[in-house]
Design a protein. Structure first.
Length: 107
C-alpha cells in the first residue's frame, strides 16, 4: 500500500462492525422500558427505548370525575417525561455510534 492510501478491506470490516454494534444497541433499546411520571408520581407512563407506550398507571386518588382535565394533563406530562428520558437513553447508547459515522473510520 502506498503512503496516503487507506486499506479498503479494513474500512469495510470497521463499517460492518459498526453496523452490528448499532443493530445490537437498537435491539437493547427496543427491549428497555423507561418510566416517567407527573403529579409527584400520581401518574406514571412507561415507554420502550423505541418510544412505544407500554403502560400507564394512575393513582385512584387523582381520579376526580369533576376534574378530568387535570388527569388528562398529568397523563400527557407523564408520557412526555418518559419519552424525554427514552430519548436521552437513545442518545447515550447510540450517540458514539451515530456521531462517529464513516468519518470516524477514516481516522
Amino acid at each position: 500500500m502506498q503512503p496516503g492510501q487507506f486499506d479498503m478491506q479494513a474500512l469495510l470490516q470497521q463499517a460492518q462492525s459498526m453496523q452490528q454494534q448499532m443493530a445490537e444497541a437498537q435491539q437493547q433499546l427496543a427491549e428497555t422500558q423507561i418510566s416517567g411520571n407527573a403529579g409527584n408520581g400520581l401518574v406514571t407512563a412507561t415507554v420502550t427505548g423505541g418510544g412505544e407506550l407500554v403502560d400507564i398507571t394512575i393513582d385512584p386518588k387523582i381520579v376526580d370525575p369533576e376534574d378530568v382535565e387535570t388527569l388528562q394533563d398529568l397523563v400527557i406530562a407523564a408520557i412526555r417525561d418518559a419519552n424525554t428520558k427514552a430519548q436521552q437513553l437513545v442518545e447515550q447508547k447510540l450517540g458514539p455510534l451515530a456521531q462517529g459515522g464513516l468519518g470516524g473510520l477514516l481516522g
